[in-house]
Design a protein around this ligand. Sequence first.
Ligand code: F6R
Length: 240
Amino acid sequence: MKLIVCENYAEMSRVAARMVAGQVIAKPDCVLGLATGSTPIGTYQELIRLYENGLVDFKDVVSYNLDEYYPISPENDQSYRYFMNHNLFDHINIDKNNTHVPSGEMADPDAECKKYDEMVENAGGIDLQILGIGQNGHIGFNEPDDFLYAETHVTDLTENTIAVNSRFFASIDEVPKQAITMGLGNILKAKKILLLINGKAKSAILHTLLEGNITTRVPASFLKAHADVTIICDKEAYGE
Ligand code: F6R
């Protein structure tokens, strides 16, 4: 894993956005794997800025998001579809038909998760995957457990994730108890991975990741088995 330590969140976002833009310039019809959460918002803002300045063109880009709450409607302002539209897609020239977020309204979850994986495969796989990380080491909604899933699946959220994510909802009771998420196998199939980590609260997990072994108790530790992972963090997360 390569590590880039940035001065602060703004610099981390600029560095990440340039790497994403570089991917789009090198392969205009590339497949991007996208994440939600607070971490990539600055990166998305920077990508919007690069687009507005005519430096990057998203017209042929295809995207697949990692995850979505379940159940949830795409119109719900806490859905990850809404987040992506609001924070990125509505502000760049990506064709919305080429953007994919797992459906939070699936009638047949098993079949639809399988279909999501097939769509990614048929698109040629993910060229560049952006990831954030939970304080407990989750990536996507792959939570620490005795075993992890390889494929896209429906999963129960842990009490910790429900509590952490409740900051975005009117009350903790409104946080969905389940989510659909790509599995570790899907994530590890991406050709390149950018893992963004910022803030003091993520310092412990960053160091666990850098210094620890691969374990299902830290799902992100599986990234150590991937040949092309770049961690971009800020000084607050890295420490002095
Ligand atoms: C979101 C996702 C999650 C987040 C993680 C960190 O699509 O996959 O794994 O990346 O929960 O969230 P933030 O960035 O809000 O700290």
